[in-house]
Design a binder for this molecule. Structure first.
Ligand SMILES: NC(=O)C1=CN([C@@H]2O[C@H](COP(=O)(O)OP(=O)(O)OC[C@H]3O[C@@H](n4cnc5c(N)ncnc54)[C@H](O)[C@@H]3O)[C@@H](O)[C@H]2O)[C@@H](O)CC1
Ligand SMILES: Nc1ncnc2c1ncn2[C@@H]1O[C@H](COP(=O)(O)OP(=O)(O)O)[C@@H](O)[C@H]1O
Ligand SMILES: [K+]
Length: 495
């Protein structure tokens, strides 16, 4: 069986378990450290063949151990290497052995004076970072950063929390980071991701089955994880056709957001898209759309009539909606109808005073609600999770999904998609210029189009987030939300 380590993401504590399982299986753990350190030395030499000196900053644990191996390997090639040890030098285990085999000088950390021309190998802390860095460490790291000294981080830039991506006091701004076997959340979650530089993942020889057995369904969002569920690829493609998506419009002056969602839904593959508009906004909507249709929906009775037409296969509600009472009533009617729904923006905020009512309405049967909050909207429904500083963004999205019986798309530069069953993905293909007015509305439309075509909620959301990011990358900087729609590719072009 092929096990895909490329997209797997493991937390530091899972990685420690993997380490133990590898040792228990008879694998030589020192050989793993050797390969790790040698890989780092090779990366350093490849990228900095003319370095005046390599400065290895070695911590007290196994990350330091990797640093001693790298220092030894660099010395052997005739480079100038200086090693500065922070804390008590390791004496036991693999790291102790690595230190003893290093024949160069180990100076105390406080003696390190950063200089231009240095290349720093950061082997202070990796997966074992357990608390905020103390002041002298922070000061040294900030000095290295301010001199723009190239830093090659081993496993993680020291100061980045591998589980959450948070900065614990200070962190090296690395030019590149060399990690082992697979990525850790801190490489992908913000702000950690922005400290890693380019990431190299090196296979140090832990069998894939050991790595995957210890991981917990967290991956980087990539097409092969949901490609099989795409409408064109599934055996159900003809049975369901391409669906009919309904998008609820706001009032007279706030119709644009729903039109962006509707336009995106059509481009993303929904067979038909209808804007469901209050009377006051029907003319404005009708004047602006061609392929998208408009239907007047002014009250719950009209919505119920619409819902008696089984061809409406999914809905999007929230972008520009405005009227919270109307939003709540419509959402509860949609829940009763059993249709899948993307709830965004005002649709989420509408339930800030009674989130349980929303969760209860969707609590039975297959998952049919996808919520797409940014951090602010998330806090309105899940205040306790948003306030809990010990949780990572992945933890938050997972807990919210479980509580609400919905797929949660927690947006941002590091969008997390989570399902109630614990599956979670971190998205990594969105360029920074995606943060533009209306791009979230486009995302709701894309996900809703996937639902309309019969995709399961988790895959619909994951594919939507990825296509949204890919469209932004293709559109380039300076794009607007309207441009984004035009750059949405067909399913057959998803590589
Ligand atoms: N997991 C694996 O399979 C492998 C792991 N390796 C390396 O092992 C590392 C993990 O090693 P460890 O678990 O020993 O952890 P680390 O070496 O990352 O850090 C642990 C040490 O740092 C101290 N420490 C933690 N936070 C501190 C703080 N804020 N201030 C001061 N001291 C602090 C701890 O007391 C402990 O001594 C990985 O990052 C990787 O570099 C490699 O050797 C290859 C194999
Ligand atoms: N720094 C960033 N890099 C990449 N994507 C981002 C960044 N910030 C936000 N995004 C994405 O941009 C979109 C913004 O959506 P949202 O916050 O709802 O804004 P709006 O309401 O203006 O549409 C989301 O898909 C989000 O994931
Ligand atoms: K490190």
């Amino acid at each position: 069986m092929h096990i895909d380590l490329e997209t797997l993401v493991v937390t530091p504590s899972e990685m420690a378990g993997i380490d133990r399982a590898a040792a228990d299986s008879g694998l030589d753990s020192f050989a793993l450290m050797e390969r790790a350190g040698q890989a780092v030395a090779a990366v350093a030499l490849r990228h900095h063949p003319g370095a005046l000196r390599f400065v290895v900053l070695a911590g007290p644990g196994n990350n330091g151990g990797d640093g001693y191996v790298a220092a030894r390997a660099l010395l052997k090639t005739g480079c100038t290497v200086e090693l500065f040890a922070f804390g008590p030098p390791p004496t036991k285990g693999d790291a102790g052995r690595a230190r003893r085999r290093y024949r160069g000088l180990a100076r105390p950390f406080v003696d390190y004076q950063p200089m231009r021309g240095d290349v720093v190998i950061d082997a202070l802390f990796g997966a074992g970072l357990a608390r905020d860095l103390a002041e002298p460490l922070c000061a040294a790291i900030e000095r290295v950063n301010s001199l723009a000294i190239p830093v090659i981080a081993i496993d993680l830039p020291s100061g980045i929390d591998g589980r959450t991506g948070a900065v614990r006091g200070a962190a090296f701004q690395a030019e590149r980071t060399v990690t082992f076997m697979c990525r850790k959340p801190g490489h992908l979650l913000m702000p950690g991701r922005s400290f890693c530089g380019s990431l190299e993942i090196y296979d140090i020889g832990i069998p894939a089955r050991i790595v995957s057995a210890a991981s917990h369904h967290l991956r980087v969002n990539e097409p092969h994880l949901w490609r099989m569920s795409l409408p064109s690829a599934g055996i159900d493609a003809h049975k369901y056709g391409h669906g009919h998506l309904g998008v609820f419009s706001g009032g007279r002056l706030t119709t644009g957001a729903a039109r962006l969602a509707a336009g995106a839904g059509l481009k993303a593959g929904a067979g038909l898209v209808t804007l469901l508009s209050p009377a006051e906004a029907a003319d404005a909507n009708a004047a602006h759309v061609t392929a998208v249709m408009v239907r007047q929906i002014d009250n719950l009775a009209a919505l119920r009539t619409l819902l008696s037409d089984p061809r409406f296969s999914a809905f999007a509600l929230g972008p520009g909606l405005g009227d919270f009472a109307r939003a709540r009533n419509y959402v509860l009617a949609l829940a009763e109808s059993g249709r899948p729904l993307v709830l965004d923006a005002d649709g989420i905020t509408a339930f800030r005073d009674e989130p349980d009512r929303l969760f209860h309405a969707f609590s039975d049967g297959p998952i049919r609600l996808v919520m797409t909050p940014h951090a602010g909207e998330f806090a309105r429904l899940f205040a306790d999770l948003a306030d809990d500083a010990t949780l990572s963004k992945v933890d938050r999205a997972r807990a919210a999904a479980l509580r609400s019986h919905a797929v949660i798309v927690l947006k941002g530069a590091d969008t997390v998609i989570a399902a109630p069953d614990g599956r979670a993905l971190i998205n990594a293909n969105a360029p920074p210029w995606l943060a533009t007015a209306g791009s979230g509305d486009v995302l709701s439309g894309v996900i809703a189009a996937h639902l309309a075509q019969g995709m399961p909620a988790f895959e619909a959301a994951a594919a939507g987030v990825w296509r949204h990011g890919a469209a932004a990358a293709a559109a380039g900087s300076g794009m607007t939300a309207e441009d984004l729609i035009n750059f949405l590719n067909g399913f057959d072009q998803i590589k």
